[in-house]
Design a protein around this ligand. Structure first.
Ligand code: SAM
Length: 287
């Protein structure tokens, strides 16, 4: 059990005994949803902690270290991102960042597990007001759909400028979100100029998953970029993969459209995103 009462700590154990943990004061809530075991803890120094199937999803203090780099690089690299799809992201942090962009006319969030949305609304100070408006259908520029992102994308008539996959790791309901078939569907549902981004796991501990996803994406997208970032709560550096449709150059961003308050992603130093440990860069470039 990752949570030990006596040590009063929640530790997520990664492969090879690498652990990432938080001192916790108490467990606030736990349930078995239709898809996963959901736990919420009060940590000593990082606010509340959301855990799904034993894996850290986010802590309230520092969650922007993930949500900013998942959203703003692709939103600023795309010349005019108006229609955006978020798959997963049930805590609302990703959609919150997407809606900071005035170009966005319509954003759709497809989250498979209603329990994550409800628990995030009730317990987390990540995007409480936004989740409230989404649940009531009162958010003007965004809509929440409870469903499987794979099925949704296969069946939708919608087309998107940016697709953001903010899912759990490639196991269980998220597994197919990392498949070549899904990448082909995503490519088809992007507009002529489109960007696709997905979190791709711990650079050091999930290197093979990163390589597999990169290989599969290269078979589908016109260009694929990789980058990494230190994310609070994850076995960092954490990797991200960006697939391009059309001729967008992901190494360049429109800094003038950057949201005012950013704490982690620095659009003026966008090029620093592309840091990757040498051996991992060499493995990726061999693909
Ligand atoms: N945003 C958080 C963070 O800081 O990393 C964590 C990601 S969010 C909680 C991950 C979500 O992906 C979960 O709520 C999970 O239910 C959802 N998910 C997994 N597979 C999915 C699928 N096939 N379709 C839609 N949502 C999915």
């Amino acid at each position: 059990m990752p949570y030990s009462e006596e040590e009063r700590a929640f530790i997520e154990w990664y492969p090879r005994g690498y652990g990432v943990g938080f001192k916790v004061t108490r467990r606030l809530f736990e349930t078995q949803t239709k898809y996963q075991r959901l736990e919420l803890y009060e940590t000593e120094g990082f606010g509340k902690l959301l855990v799904l199937d034993g894996t850290v999803q986010l802590v309230e203090v520092g969650e922007e270290s993930y949500h900013e780099v998942l959203v703003h690089p692709v939103m600023l690299a795309h010349p005019n991102p108006r229609r955006v799809l978020v798959i997963g992201g049930g805590d609302g942090g990703t959609l919150r960042e997407v809606l900071k962009h005035k170009t966005v006319e319509k954003a759709i969030m497809v989250e498979i597990d209603e329990g994550v949305v409800e628990a995030s609304y009730l317990y987390l100070d990540v995007a409480k007001d936004l989740l409230d408006r989404l649940i009531k259908g009162e958010e003007e520029r965004a809509k929440l759909i409870i469903g499987d992102g794979v099925e949704y994308l296969k069946n939708t008539e919608e087309r998107f400028d940016v697709i953001i996959v903010d899912s759990t790791d490639p196991v269980g309901p998220a597994k197919l979100l990392f498949s070549e078939e899904f990448y082909r569907t995503a490519y088809e549902k992007l507009n002529e100029k489109g960007l696709y981004i997905t979190q791709a796991g711990s650079v050091y501990l999930f290197t093979n998953e990163l390589l597999d996803a990169y290989k599969a994406m290269k078979k589908v997208f016109d260009k694929v970029y990789y980058f990494s970032f230190p994310v609070i709560g994850y076995a960092s550096p954490w990797s991200f993969l960006v697939g391009v449709k059309g001729d967008i150059d992901f190494t360049r961003v429109d800094v003038s459209r950057a949201p005012e308050k950013l704490y982690y992603y620095d659009p003026e130093r966008h090029e620093t995103l592309f840091q990757m440990p040498k051996y991992v860069r060499e493995l990726l470039e061999k693909e």
